[in-house]
Design a protein around this ligand. Structure first.
Ligand code: DGL
Length: 253
């Protein structure tokens, strides 16, 4: 493994492609291998133990390509498995967490709403974050929402109906910001903005890309020359999943 090696990135499915976009933009010389565990998606309604086992397996698949860093482009897998991944791997491991800290700075007199998977929201990692930055924040576990991105239903009555139901309890309240605490939800910004016009939508993708850059620079692992590139892999049906990942990579959000 050296600076020429690729960076491994994974998610339960296509959601981590939203993080990959930020990383590829910031680090255009890098080669990325993106792995979507589509066969086992969703992670967010599974137990911690199941998620951890799946994440460790995906890490092994990526390590076989001699990667120089691993990005867990999934809030759910980060909260269930980041400690074990860091214990096991000797390369830098970058994780994600719902961007509640920056969103808490946008709070005025209203609420901050955190959307994430049930598994992310019930784990200790998130509860600690909530204790620090959760004043006036409410959580909405969104089982079933990531599936809209997996089937490329990013706009229209189906997804908007789901989102309307999700925000219904706050219909008469001021909403200062919405945290997109699952990487799939970043692809749903248009639908979110049509349901909540003008409300800031906050995600952690940029921070993750900058963290990756910092760790690679610190270890002299940044690739200095040559063209970057992306290889997509999936545990699911590659004829369907890989073209979808490619389309999402190009999508205007
Ligand atoms: N994209 C994942 C996340 O950031 C979760 C989706 C799922 O598998 O439930 O949490």
């Amino acid at each position: 493994m050296n600076s020429e090696s690729a960076i491994g990135v994974f998610d339960s499915g296509v959601g981590g492609v939203s993080v990959l976009r930020n990383m590829a933009r910031l680090l255009p010389r890098e080669r990325f291998i993106y792995y979507g565990d589509n066969l086992n998606a969703p992670y967010g309604t599974k137990s911690e133990e199941e998620i951890r086992t799946l994440a460790m397996h995906v890490a092994d698949v990526l390590l076989a390509s001699d990667i120089k860093a691993l990005v867990v482009a999934c809030n759910t897998a980060t909260s269930a498995a980041i400690v074990q991944l860091r214990e096991k791997l000797t390369i830098p491991v970058v994780g994600m967490e719902p961007a509640l800290k920056p969103a808490s700075q946008m709070r005025r007199n209203g609420k901050v709403i955190v959307l994430a998977t049930p598994a992310t929201l019930r784990q200790k990692k998130f509860l600690r974050l909530y204790e620090l930055y959760g004043q006036n924040a409410v959580i909405r576990p969104c089982a079933g929402l990531m599936e809209f991105a997996e089937r490329e239903e990013l706009e229209g009555p189906g997804i908007e109906g789901y989102l309307r139901g999700c925000f219904e309890p706050y219909r008469n309240e001021q909403i200062d910001a919405v945290v997109l605490g699952c990487t799939h939800y970043v692809f749903m910004k248009k639908a979110l903005s049509s349901v909540l016009p003008g409300v800031p939508l906050v995600d952690g993708n940029d921070g993750t890309a900058r963290r990756l850059e910092f760790l690679l620079r610190e270890r002299s692992l940044l690739r200095e020359a040559g063209e970057g590139g992306i290889t997509f892999m999936t545990s699911g049906n590659s004829e369907e999943c890989i073209p979808l990942m490619e389309r999402l990579f190009q999508l205007e959000i």
